[in-house]
Every structure is written in C-alpha cells, then in structure tokens.
Ligand binder design. Structure first.
Ligand code: ZN
Length: 307
C-alpha cells in the first residue's frame, strides 16, 4: 500500500527518556511489535547515549535488534555524537537521527558543545556511516529548538534554514525540524518549513512537534500546507525532554493519524488497532499519564480512512 504521509513513533525514545520509570525491555519489544502490526511504518526505538545518563534507554542495542526482526518496519535511533553512531552502526539500525539544537545555549546544555562543533561531528558521522558500505544507516540531521528555546527564548528562524543547508552539504539523507519545547505556532511553522524545504530540494523534511501549549495539531496542519509529509508523534502523547524544563509530551499519535486520514492523507495506520496498543503502556506503567482525544471520544460515525 502506498502512503501519503509517514508517521513515526518516537515515544520509545522521546517519551521513555523523560519519565523516571524504566520500562522493562520485554514490554518495549511487545509495544514495538504491536505498533508495527497496527501499520506504523517507522519507529525511533531508542537512543545511543551513555546508559549512565539515560538508564531508561540502556537496552538500546537489544531493542534495535528486536525491531529489525519486524518486516517492513523502518528502525531509527537517536544519536547525540560520533560515539553514539559507532554503537548504532554495529546494530544494523536503518536510520541514525543525529540531534543538535539550533540555539547555542540549548546545544551546550544538551550535548556540551557549540553548534559549530556539533556540525563538525555530524560530518564525521556521515563519513563513518559511508564506510559501513551498502547496508549503511541513513543519516538524519535533526534540528532541535527550531521554534524557540527555554534558555535563549527566541531562536532566529534563518538559523534553522542555514543549519539545514549545512546538514545537506555535509551529506544528510533527511532533515528533521523539531519544536522541542512547544514554542511554535502555525505561522512560524509555515515560514520555517517553507524556507527549509526550498533550501534542501528533494530531500525529505520531517516535523517533530510537542503539544506543550496545545498548538501541536495546528502546527501539523501548517506543516502539511508547507509540504511536509513526515511527522513524529508518540502514542498517548507522553514524553518531553530532560534538558528542556516544562516540555511536555509529543503530539498524540492517535490524534495525528485521525487528522491526516480525515484530511484524505493515507498513513497506512489502523486507528482502532493503534488505540488498542495504549493498553500495553497502561498495564506496564500504571502511573503513566496518557493523553489523546481519539482514545477518549472514539472514531466519529462518519469517519472513513483516506482512500
Ligand atoms: Zn521531542
């Protein structure tokens, strides 16, 4: 089946890293399998960061290995640096999502170096992946805090376009523009994605939104209008960022799929099955706060999946 928009589950990384509870490895595998069975085409399953910094994701290699056994699933993992890339490549993961913040202050606090240093490191990651041969992972350049930052406040919109161009020049296969702390609004989203898409040509550009201030789905709509055809979200909308105080969850995957399908954009995801996967999270982590309107209200009687 062809799809119009790629939705990507990031709760296994973005969500789990921001809560104190550690989800058992077996539950992560069950979740991953169940969500793929609901039609999820891509999952960011973990992050190759030092386990002492994020013990919640210490089982990254095992989770990647499991996810790679699931047919047709694109398996991605986040990396903050070259060391993470080295670990990721050995697992055979399909995509490495390399993250740097557009804001200097946030990048310093998140990965402890300047944006220029992060960009130099990215070039080394590209080289390392190229050396891995034909089965090399794709390298994704992710721009965090693209719409504002908890440390610096305003982020210059043109910096986002310039860093996207630098990622492309260094050999990125894809760009992600992320509103890490939920400062974005539809007007800014429209401007930034239009500029980035014009800059990077045919390279895929994905959007990563948090619903911190309730504008998540409005931002999705603005990004769709600007031409974006790939979105990150998390089941039940849980998540946040340990380095971004006040950042709450990602946009809710179930509500995102509803929005896209209702607008006639095929995602390949079965919404009823997807809502059912929430039970796995609720059972494993009973204290976990899950969000989402679709799970509460159910599908409307006039709903039809995009044809
Ligand atoms: Zn995020």
């Amino acid at each position: 089946m062809t799809i119009d928009v790629v939705v990507r589950e990031v709760g296994m990384r973005d969500g789990l890293q921001s809560i104190p509870d550690i989800m058992p490895t077996a539950t992560k595998k069950t979740w991953c399998t169940a969500e793929a069975a609901a039609g999820m085409p891509e999952i960011e399953v973990s992050s190759f960061v030092p386990p002492k910094l994020l013990p919640q994701l210490a089982d990254a290699s095992e989770i990647v290995a499991h996810a790679l056994t699931i047919p047709k699933l694109t398996v991605a993992a986040l990396i903050p640096n070259l060391k993470g890339a080295e670990r990721g490549i050995t697992t055979g993961v399909h995509k490495l999502n390399y993250v740097m913040s557009v804001s200097e202050g946030h990048n310093q606090s998140n990965v402890r170096r300047s944006c220029a240093q992060s960009m130099e490191d990215f070039a080394r990651v590209v080289d390392l992946c190229a050396a891995a041969g034909p089965k090399r992972p794709k390298v994704v350049g992710c721009l965090a805090t693209a719409f504002g930052c908890t440390i610096e406040g305003k982020v210059d919109e043109d910096r986002v376009r310039r860093f996207a161009a630098e990622f492309v020049a260094a050999g990125a296969d894809e760009i992600v523009v992320a509103d890490t702390v939920g400062y974005g609004n539809p007007a800014a989203v429209g401007r930034v994605f239009t500029a980035v898409i014009a800059e990077v040509g045919s390279l895929p550009v994905a959007a990563h939104f948090h619903d911190t201030r309730g504008l998540g789905l409005a931002n999705v709509h603005a990004a769709v209008e600007a031409g974006v055809r790939a979105f990150d979200a998390s089941l039940g909308g849980f998540g946040g960022c340990p380095y971004a105080p006040g950042a709450t969850g990602n946009i809710v995957m179930e509500d995102l799929v509803f929005l896209l399908e209702a607008m006639g954009l095929k995602t390949g995801v079965d919404l009823d099955k997807l809502i059912g996967v929430r039970e796995i999270l609720k059972t494993a982590l009973p204290n976990l706060q899950l969000y989402g309107n679709m799970a509460k209200a159910g599908l409307p009687k006039n709903f039809a999946r995009a044809a």
